[in-house]
Design a protein around this ligand. Structure first.
Ligand SMILES: Nc1ncnc2c1ncn2[C@@H]1O[C@H](COP(=O)(O)OP(=O)(O)OP(=O)(O)O)[C@@H](O)[C@H]1O
Ligand SMILES: O=P(O)(O)OC[C@H]1O[C@H](OP(=O)(O)OP(=O)(O)O)[C@H](O)[C@@H]1O
Ligand SMILES: O=C(O)c1cccnc1
Ligand SMILES: [Mg+2]
Length: 550
């Protein structure tokens, strides 16, 4: 516990790469298709794929794009080792020609051009988050891994950003390791919830790998492991500025006797095991004293014991940190605690006491935080596990990877569900801003079209509904897809964790409040240019067979 809640680590190191991200982390069908493409003479074919999603998660109207750095690092090390190829040989049928395995051994991502939206940006349905161009076989082989790297990362970053918005400036700590979807899910959850707006994690390995601040309190087990004060082996504590050790137990006992009346309880109601636990924890961490106060009874025991020990620490020059509440009515108990802290601060002239941290945990989700806000509370920090890391409200982001062009010819995927029809061709995306700096609309254009210009009117059309169209005169135009990888090189500096975190904040700021809100948010507009609209619909008609009624 060298890093208590008041500790900090500067997160400037580059994100670590997860070692299980490798070419075999894919679906078998990618490799099967690679063989069939190879066998069909498609080695020279050149394809363009878009990675996008169709619906924002959590009944919201925005998504935070994350996972980019891992994607670029994956491209950088994409190649099949000898043991990978030996394994593939075992799982494919014996009819697969040996030449194919030699070919697989030569593959890498040098021929791939990879465009992406900047990590941490707010994104919307249908806009390509990634545009991946290159040899058909290679870009096909990348599909599953890229989707895996983007979908959960973006889901968690979005979830975390929603918790961040709901809790304003309060501290948020991710406590989900024990409930996460396995070890990799847990590590990703810690990393991307930090990016999305959390202040730290309890996950020590995530802290080490990604340089995220690591934080923690203690569990009920620590409290229940003590029965009474006679179990205390060490009873003394040196004052903060040094000098003779003081009988800390006697000091805490004296304080407890003086404050029980403030709490309106009898000394016999206050639990001695809990008192012993708090004293011993304070002796171990005099600068990081934060106690879990709900093991027995928050009002009759936890707050009394905590306060007696905190006052004793103050006498010795230490600054206690606060309490954690892990059950009961968190709004009510936080207000009770704050009022008592204020009362003590006034009665005993200890101004610090009024500002002690009140941390809350226990199955917290976005709705709980919003409800607590409505009720009024005195919580300064939330510890959030299950709902955050499992994204219980929506456990997956439905990102897809679709071919939009092959050998210079646009491709369209039709569907009875209009929303699932893909927008064909190699495209660029422009975010058009209004006078007040808010984002107005994202416009998809064929890459061959001239970009929209500031101050020039541009026609924006709904991709599928003919009557929905609008002129927009942007005061700022932002090209969203940036080239990150080409000719085997990373060609754009990859931002560090802190910069990505800041981008999330800035990116959400440019969204109108009604798009960000939780209840019935307004959808953000994603449009196509007039040219792309016609192109899309011509191709649709060309590819949709005319039925015959009999
Ligand atoms: N003021 C509040 N408003 C809305 N939800 C709250 C409030 N206080 C607590 N909650 C939530 O209510 C739930 C209470 O959980 P539960 O019914 O398991 O009781 P508990 O307090 O954990 O009881 P126990 O003492 O048995 O552990 C948690 O999900 C918690 O986040
Ligand atoms: O509630 P979450 O959002 O998942 O946050 C993490 C929880 O994990 C810990 O206890 P645990 O759940 O292991 O035991 P408890 O519920 O009995 O306290 C902690 O006390 C929180 O309650
Ligand atoms: O440090 C804590 O308080 C903590 C860590 C993980 C889970 N629950 C609580
Ligand atoms: Mg729990």
């Amino acid at each position: 516990m060298s890093r208590q809640l008041n500790g900090s680590v500067t997160p400037e190191k580059r994100l670590g790469q997860n070692s299980i991200v490798q070419p075999l982390l894919t679906d078998l069908y990618q490799i099967t298709m690679a063989y069939a493409y190879w066998k069909s003479g498609k080695i020279q074919d050149h394809a363009v794929f878009d990675l996008f999603f169709r619906k924002n998660p959590f009944q919201g109207e925005f998504t935070i794009f994350a996972g980019l750095e891992e994607c670029v690092k994956f491209l950088d090390k994409f190649s099949y080792s000898k043991s990978d190829i030996d394994y593939i040989r075992q799982i494919l049928p014996p009819t697969v020609e040996e030449e194919f395995y030699k070919y697989l051994g030569t593959l890498d991502a040098r021929g791939v051009s990879f465009y992406a939206v900047k990590e941490g940006s707010v994104v919307f349905p249908r806009i390509p988050l990634l545009r991946v161009e290159g040899p058909l076989i290679v870009v096909q082989l990348l599909e599953t891994t890229l989707l895996n790297l983007v979908n959960y990362a973006s889901l968690i970053a979005t979830n975390a950003s929603r918790y961040r918005m709901a809790s304003n400036k309060l501290k948020l700590y991710e406590f989900g390791l024990r409930r996460a979807q396995g070890p990799d899910g847990a590590l990703s959850a810690s990393k991307y919830s930090y990016i999305g707006g959390f202040d730290g994690t309890s996950n020590v390995l995530a802290g080490k790998l990604f340089n995220i601040p690591v934080k923690g309190t203690h569990a009920h087990a620590y409290v229940t492991s003590f029965n009474n004060l006679s179990e205390l082996v060490i009873k003394t504590l040196e004052p903060k500025t040094g000098g003779k050790p003081v009988d800390f137990v006697a000091l805490a006992i004296k304080w407890r006797e003086s404050i029980v009346s403030v709490f309106n309880v009898m000394l016999s109601e206050v639990n001695d095991g809990e008192f012993a636990a708090f004293i011993s924890f304070a002796i171990s961490f005099p600068n990081g004293y934060l106690a879990l106060v709900d093991t027995y009874d928050v009002k009759k025991s936890g707050l009394v014991n905590f306060s007696a020990v905190a006052l004793a620490l103050l006498d010795l020059g230490y600054e206690p940190i606060g309490i954690r509440l892990d059950s009961g009515d968190l709004a009510y108990l936080s207000v009770v605690a704050r009022n008592l802290f204020i009362k003590i601060s006034e009665q005993f002239k200890r101004p610090q006491f009024a500002n002690l941290m009140i941390m809350a945990s226990n199955d917290i989700n976005e709705e709980t935080i919003l409800s607590l806000n409505e009720q009024g509370h005195e919580i300064n920090a939330f510890g959030i596990g299950t709902h955050l890391v499992t994204c219980q409200k929506q456990p997956a982001l439905g990102g897809v990877y679709k071919m939009v062009e092959i050998n210079g010819h646009a491709r369209i995927k039709l569907s009875h569900d209009v929303g699932k029809v893909t927008i064909p061709g190699r495209k660029d995306v422009y975010r058009l801003y209004g006078e007040n700096g808010n984002a107005l609309i994202d416009l998809l254009q064929k890459s061959s079209e001239a970009p929209p210009k500031v101050g020039e009117k541009v026609l924006c059309r709904h991709p599928f509904e003919e009557s929905k169209r609008a002129f927009v005169t942007p005061s700022k135009v932002e090209k969203l897809l940036v080239l990150y990888w080409q000719n085997g090189k990373i060609c754009q500096p990859l931002p560090n964790m802190q910069e990505i975190k800041e981008r999330v904040v800035d990116s959400l700021r440019i969204l109108r409040a009604d798009i960000r809100r939780t209840l019935n948010p307004t959808p953000y507009k994603v449009a196509v240019s007039d040219d792309l609209y016609r192109y899309l619909h011509d191709l649709w008609l060309e590819n949709a067979p005319i039925g015959e009624l009999a």
